[in-house]
Design a binder for this molecule. Sequence first.
Ligand code: FAD
Length: 413
Amino acid sequence: MRYDVLVLGGGIVGTSIALHLLERGRAVALIDRRGPGEETSYGNSGLVECSSLLPIAFPRGFKALADVVLKRYPGANYHWSALPGLAPWLFTYWRNSSPERLDATARIMQPLVSTSLVEHQALARKAGAEGYFRPTGWLKIHHSEAACRAEERDFALAAEFGYRARPLTREEALALEPDLKPGFLAGSHWIDPHSVSSPGGVTKAYAAYFEKIGGKLLRGDALRVERSGIGWTAGTEHGPVEAREAVVALGPWSMDVLAPLGYGFPLAVKRGYHMHYKVAEGAKLSRPVLDEEGGYVLTPMVGGMRLTTGAEFARRDAPKTPVQVDWTEKRARGLFPIGARADHEPWMGARPILPDSRPIIGRAPRHNNLWLAFGHQHLGFTLGPATGRLLAEMMTGAETYVDPKPFAAERFG
Ligand SMILES: Cc1cc2nc3c(=O)[nH]c(=O)nc-3n(C[C@H](O)[C@H](O)[C@H](O)COP(=O)(O)OP(=O)(O)OC[C@H]3O[C@@H](n4cnc5c(N)ncnc54)[C@H](O)[C@@H]3O)c2cc1C
């Protein structure tokens, strides 16, 4: 079977790319070893964060760093055994976490982030996935004056770009979400973002639409992709397929394919967990609630109330150590009446992250028929469709709606 493009990886990023290429007249096969949207794009918090500009930073202050090192901050965990291998990456991440560099990154990301919701909505409309979306924004709660003050930087950036966000007293927060327990100090409402009740469901709906309009979904192992006369060939359950061009959109697994091709991009992962909970009779949340100091997000999902955890620095494939679910569950119970756990065991995923908190989107430096789209860190669900449009425009020689240079792979030499 012959196509124009093989897209490797059926997460939100690969699925969106495949769909955009198909809509631009390319014959596309989307290859995944599982069904679409069953890995990281399934288990996330479901926020379309169209106004989150500042990247999540490496802690710079002594107390914040000490809290992470001593495992006093529930939003972060690490494996000692992973630290030696991660040290150079962490150092670059730390350097990129100065206030000046964070501000610069925020401005680089702004055009992509700002269009993320519109791009989701365009795909959702065509794919019949609009029912998953909730236009209610998200609520952040604070337990300290320091956390309220820290958010002022976010408000200033939001105001500059016309995003709607406002600080809330505790009473105002409780008026938005009356079933929260009042043991917090204050909050904020980020009004523009939407959230979805099933990120995996959304990705699957986009993939089903891709198939409906003529795309080919195939099960296969991207590790079996090889260079061939025409470009690339891949073994799939339906036999070999080939195409002139290939796209690597394998999220946290991208380097599995790229390292053998000679690339050394500094892709790391921040692992994260989720657990669903039953909810006390009559209690509900209308939007995701982020308790940053508590290190978790609560999002109402089709499978129950989903608690997602912060970052775990560990080797991608090391066994699960879901202590953050235990740490944060206690705090979440103090905020909202969650009941019994609804999953047998915590789900684990891995946020693919480059040390400058920007994805790679563009051509592979040493292969002119290979394209890359990975490293979307905490914002991959948000940025999937916006990335799909950008890469498809680049691949078809169209004028791009965003300057792609800051996302070029060449920045890593
Ligand atoms: C706990 C948590 C909460 C998060 N919350 C949010 C949020 O609220 N909002 C947000 O925007 N982002 C969030 N994220 C980040 C977001 O989920 C990711 O950035 C995003 O899902 C990455 O998408 P992807 O398509 O690049 O990767 P994936 O979704 O992981 O897709 C990669 C695909 O590649 C396939 N694959 C891997 N290896 C092979 C192989 N050898 N052969 C064939 N196929 C292969 C996999 O099966 C998978 O389908 C969160 C992440 C976590 C972990």
